[in-house]
Design a protein around this ligand. Sequence first.
Ligand code: NOJ
Length: 563
Amino acid sequence: MEPNQRKWWKEGVVYQVYPRSFQDTTGNGVGDIQGIIKRLDYIKSLGIDIIWLSPVYKSPNDDNGYDISDYRAIMEEFGTMSDFDELLEEMHARDLKLVMDLVVNHTSDEHHWFKESRKSRDNPYRDYYHWWPAEKGTPPKRFSYFDVDGNAWKYDELTDSYYLHYFSIKQPDLKWENPKVRQEIYDMMHFWFKKGIDGFRMDVIPFISKDTDYPELPVEYNGNYVPFYANGPRLHEYLHEMNQEVLSKYDIMTVGETPGVSRDQALLFVDEDREELNMFFHFELMSLDRDGDEVFWMRKDRWKLTEFKKIHSDWDATFAEKGWGSMFLSNHDNPRTVSRWGNDSEEHWHHSATMLQTFLLTMKGTPYFYYGDEIGMTNIRFDNIEDYQDINTLNRYELLKEQGVELDAFIANEKEASRDNGRTPMQWDSTENAGFSEEKPWLKVHPNHKEGLNVADQEKDESSVLNYFKKMVQLRKNHLGLVYGDYKLLLKDNEQVYAYTRTLEDEKYLVLLSFSTETAKVEIEEAENTSVELLLSNDGHSAHRGGNGFELKPYQACVYKLN
Ligand code: NOJ
């Protein structure tokens, strides 16, 4: 490999910290920055290189920090700017990079800009947001993710106008068409880069450009607002401008969150020659088990392994020549990895959790792990609406209640789909609050922290999910072919086993992953007449039976070197 093709953000393993749920040090039941500092040695011990930190900026917390009221201040519950500076210093001292969340499609309605903007139609900040004067009638429909009635236009009496909010009513959308807004954002980004941060994860970044004539949803979108939101007329102009004004000046990484972006648009964002972003999170996998356009309802038949393979193979092909992918199975907007893509029953939890880790760490594209994935944390599946905290679940519940819809089916859905499944506190040990806090946590702790699903117990157990994770991370790091090698799908139509090779020059690896509760027998042509050397298995044993025959136990994962 040419040394200049190698990049730290391609070779690194990313760990996402949701600060609210990671470690409380002040006893208020909410995680904080000092808590993250306390756990840096742990994160380092995993083999992680990069931390993506969900928002820690000042916020009234309508959407847990994704509603920012001051981009240059830290949320009081999380600490102070000097805590932040200490975090960054401690991270860099350990050779850990810090990627912050950049939330600039919208601000909080408590941001100074919006408070001004609301005041009068001729306020200097009026044009920082999207306003529709009521004398023009009702504005063309826009869908809102977090509005109780799904309406993204909120009427504001003060100036007899509507403002646009794709998310909650407390998250008004910024008007990127105004050059002053863009300049403010670029200045703010410089502020953080000058502190020394190493990159940004960009929240719903394809939504920033809007047609300010606010036309009716064009028919070609077939009633689906998400791809319409992601295809604003000036999007790539803004991303290129941001790159030129800010990103290109630093050695940093960027990863966009890109709902509504399809494979044929992918390279517009990440083709290096276009100078926009480095990577993005596509939404095809996260939509696989959802019901059509109903992004929050699970499909009755869930998903098939052949569909899962196809999505990953197609995206791999998209970046075969240009760009770079990102690999993830969960984050703070999704249920837990092992509960969704594996099997969290007592019998299969260990093997399916470690099999999924093997998958992320043997694919091409930067692997992203969500806190707790390394110990196999599972969905909490709350039965009662009172236990949920997420604005998304709560607002949809209110809407259905108003409509008189059967709520049992909704709760059954949320037990698998709610974002709160992925937000329960980190399970550090088996004590009352799992070592997360001395006091009652903001969201209930999963009771299975008392049954070995915690860091302290797993650190002591050689065969734990945690110790397997560490070995698998090292395996990736020691074999450049697992990072850069070409991916080739085998056994395309097999519904039990995901098999592929990774090849870099004369290095070749074979990865076999069982997604099945039954034993699976497969024949792999590539293994014929070659020596098959087991590098790692989550079962401790090889599935190789000689020649091209392999027999995998339920959820067994094996990584081989082929010589
Ligand atoms: C995507 C974020 O990941 C999610 O948590 C948030 O609610 C919305 N964007 C709005 O910022």
